[in-house]
Design a binder for this molecule. Structure first.
Ligand code: NAP
Ligand code: MG
Length: 432
């Protein structure tokens, strides 16, 4: 069933968009910063006004539950524009003693898991700092970016400041490797990220890539609360989340009890119609992603892991996957090492805090991590040793525009959000 037809932007379209962004740059960067901020405040308010429409469109297009697009994606996208609108005229305060200036034209490519939110994460800091943008949404989820382009017009933002190009990976590659851009920002797979590192013509690069986060549950944790956090950590947005808590490390003494509670809890998760407010787990974003999840789960079984899935009823048509976990996984198994990007949890156990940290850090990634314990000192002791850009304690998958987000190692580099998120879009000059 087709929702809409969108254009496939060619290399010539990429040239035109970059030329438009280039032409718009002097006037946009030359605006009094307060005026630039006002445009972004206006855009943030328009997102709020059209929130219902954006949420429905996001769920229709990408398959995520309406409860999530309504309560998470859209409000956070608006919050991001509000937050960076406020920074526009305070760059001097953000970087005291420096001389912050915009870089020029920012080329931005985003994935399909949080389409509107990722557009906001890219556009808001770039625009607030005075850059102009060319953004490509993922081919399976371009619709909210196109509606956002309308809101950009409604906000009165001058032509050429924001350019949205739809298309597939070839469009993305043409944009990311273009001679005429001053900044490259990418969120997506590590594989494509590595390619972009080689082909980008600018040294101003930020990459937000995959992850394989550990959620560590100590025996002294409030277990029922931890079960909720683990469920949210891996089943939120069908597990299509780069910072998903896809590895559960649970202390041996409570492992059996915890897994029993987890098995019980996932029986109440409803899989199905993304537009139904009761749905917990919506549709898998694409046939290709479903195949990838199935293949990785099959590899787990081939390597001897027991697979546990809920008994959820599935709709007849569409791409669906039941909440699943593998209760006894070893670190060498593919499902413990590779990003599955689906509602699939690998469970491992540990005996001592040292072992928990060692296992958590045993990954090529380093995006996020979580710790569950009743003891404050243990939280700090453990989190300080984890190699991850974002850490949570007794919660998981909490996002706020004021908090910097980004990875280490193969999860990429650069930060989005917070004051830190301004820097990648600026040349700072002067002394630090
Ligand atoms: P992907 O290929 O990296 O896609 C991300 C974005 O890059 C999309 O807009 C994509 O366009 C574009 N793209 C593809 N090839 C490109 C190239 N050579 N140069 C520039 N841009 C290019 O990721 P995916 O194929 O959608 O998903 C594959 C895996 O990546 C997932 O299973 C997951 O493990 C991981 N992933 C991580 C994140 C994250 O947030 N860190 C997000 C999504 C996926 P098209 O969509 O048109 O191909
Ligand atoms: Mg792709």
């Amino acid at each position: 069933e087709s929702l809409a037809e969108v254009a496939q932007a060619t290399a010539a379209d990429v040239d035109r968009a970059i030329a438009a962004a280039r032409a718009a740059f002097p006037a946009w960067s030359g605006l009094p910063a307060l005026e630039r901020g006002k445009f972004l405040f206006r855009l943030a308010r328009l997102i709020q006004e059209r929130a219902r429409e954006l949420a429905v469109l996001e769920s229709l297009d990408g398959g995520k539950p309406i409860r999530e697009s309504r309560d998470v994606d859209v409000p956070l996208a608006a919050a991001h524009f509000f937050y960076y609108a406020g920074w526009a005229d305070k760059l001097g305060e953000a970087f005291p003693g420096r001389d912050p200036r915009p870089l020029g034209v920012a080329a931005q490519v985003i994935p399909w898991n949080f389409p509107l939110l990722m557009a906001a994460w890219k556009l808001a800091p770039a625009l607030a700092t005075g850059n102009t943008c060319v953004l490509k949404p993922a081919e399976t989820t371009p619709l909210t970016a196109l509606l956002l382009a309308e809101l950009v017009q409604d906000a009165g933002i001058p032509p050429g400041v924001v350019n949205i190009l739809t298309g597939d990976g070839t469009t993305g590659a043409a944009l990311m490797s273009h001679e005429g851009v001053d900044k490259v920002a990418f969120t997506g797979s590590t594989e494509v990220g590595k390619r972009i590192m080689q082909t980008a013509k600018t040294r101003h690069l930020t990459l937000e890539l995959g992850g394989k986060a550990a959620n560590i549950v100590f025996e002294d944790a409030p277990l029922d609360q931890a079960v909720e956090g683990v469920v949210n950590g891996i089943y939120f947005n069908q597990g299509h989340v780069c910072c998903a808590g896809s590895r559960l490390l649970v202390q041996e003494s409570v492992a059996e009890l915890f897994v029993r509670k987890l098995a019980h809890r996932i029986e109440s998760l409803i899989v199905g119609d993304p537009l139904d407010k009761n749905t917990d787990i919506g549709a898998i974003n694409s046939r290709a992603q479903l195949t990838k999840i199935q293949e990785l789960c099959a590899s787990g079984e081939e390597e001897g892991c027991v697979r546990h899935e809920s008994g959820a009823a599935l709709p007849e048509r569409g791409h669906w996957f039941r909440p699943t976990f593998f209760p006894e996984v070893a670190q060498t198994h593919r499902i413990a090492r590779e990003e599955i990007f689906g509602p699939v949890l690998a469970v491992m156990t540990f005996r001592t805090p040292e072992e928990a940290v060692e296992k958590a850090n045993n990954t090529v990634y380093g995006l996020s991590a979580g710790v569950w314990t009743d003891k404050g000192s243990k939280i700090f002791k453990t989190l300080g040793k984890l190699r991850a850009g974002v850490v949570w304690a007794n919660t998981f998958n909490k996002f706020d525009p004021s908090a910097p987000f980004g990875g280490m190692q193969e999860s990429g580099f650069g930060r989005e959000g917070g004051r830190h998120g301004l820097a990648p879009y600026l040349s700072l000059g002067g002394e630090a």
